[in-house]
Design a protein around this ligand. Structure first.
Ligand code: 3PG
Length: 307
């Protein structure tokens, strides 16, 4: 009987776990749960005899992979896989996958929700502003960016996007204006919604130069990764511009300074919660277990990210 470990510091909704277990059971697979573990060593120890691993933002380090003597496949139930040591997985012949698109709607809804919260001063009773008529730039037009664009259109916003990997036609078929450079995006849009992954190239790439191009009433919305925003630049832009706002799903390391000095111009979730809905957990959890079964039974490597 193949063993699947679901290791989640931030657990899936119970309904998602139930569905993962049902599918695994039908296929004759055994599911072991390791939720809210206190130490990384608990994770490392739990992986010892499992064939497959389902994780969220859990850190699948070289140590985890090397400890998994029978490990064949790791699925990150979600989009960003910067938490997986792909080099170690490849060296050990372990297939690493993600489940793109499965939690996108939840993340996009949070981006819009945080924008409204911020525009209405945290619902404190004081006059705020509306999203209607404002411009929003989608920085990377992937699964989440596309939904944010669509929702923003529903609010009557003017939607722009920049994505170096997509043609102008692919973006503009959605009624979104494609801009040809990242600088153009930032100088055109009052709101910027980040949807770039955390890679060597993107980490710290959202810097003072870019942020200072934004028009009056600038609001940076981050449901991507905290590491893509340069924190030195963040402190500088807050200091130089009293119209700059930063709302982010996961706080920057300089959260305390910003929150104290620029109260009302920032909002940070207490833990990353973009994908934290029952629907997103079910979608990505079910996709993950199905991908594992399809790989082990049929060698299906769709969604492999360590090619
Ligand atoms: C993702 O990359 O899919 C999101 O950031 C969600 O991450 P989470 O599963 O840790 O909430």
């Amino acid at each position: 009987m193949a063993k699947v470990l679901v290791a989640t510091v931030k657990p899936f909704a119970p309904a998602a776990v139930e569905q993962i277990k049902l599918i695994a059971d039908k296929a004759g697979y055994d599911v072991q749960l390791l939720e809210k573990y206190a130490n990384q060593s608990d994770f490392v120890n739990a992986v010892a005899d499992v064939d497959a691993l389902i994780v969220r933002s859990d850190k699948v380090t070289r140590e985890v992979i090397e400890k998994g003597n029978n490990l064949k496949v790791v699925v990150r139930a979600g989009a960003g896989y910067d938490n997986l040591d792909l080099e170690a997985a490849t060296e050990k012949g372990v297939v690493a996958m993600n489940t793109p698109g499965q939690n996108s709607n939840a993340v996009a809804e949070l981006a819009i929700g945080m924008m409204i919260f911020n525009a209405r001063n945290g619902f404190n009773g004081k006059a705020g502003k509306e999203l209607k008529g404002k411009s929003i730039g989608i920085h990377a037009y992937g699964n989440v960016g596309r939904i944010v664009g669509n929702l923003a259109k529903g609010f009557g916003m003017k939607v722009y996007a920049f994505d170096p990997f997509l043609s102008k036609e692919a973006i503009e078929k959605d009624g979104v204006i494609a801009l040809s450079s990242v600088e153009d995006l930032y100088s055109t849009c009052q709101y910027i919604s980040l949807h770039i992954p955390a890679t060597e190239k993107t980490i710290n790439s959202i810097n003072f130069d870019l942020l200072s191009k934004m028009p009056k009433g600038a609001t940076l919305v981050n449901t991507a990764r905290k590491e893509v925003v340069c924190e030195e630049s963040l402190l500088k832009i807050f200091d130089k511009r009293d119209d700059f706002n930063y709302i982010s799903d996961i706080a920057p390391d300089c959260k305390d300074v910003i929150s104290e000095k620029y109260e009302g111009r920032c909002f940070f979730t207490p833990k990353k919660m973009g994908a934290q809905t029952a629907e997103a957990n079910i979608n990505s959890g079910v996709a993950a277990i199905n991908q594992i079964i399809n790989y082990i039974e049929k060698g299906d490597k769709t969604f492999q990210v360590n090619k």
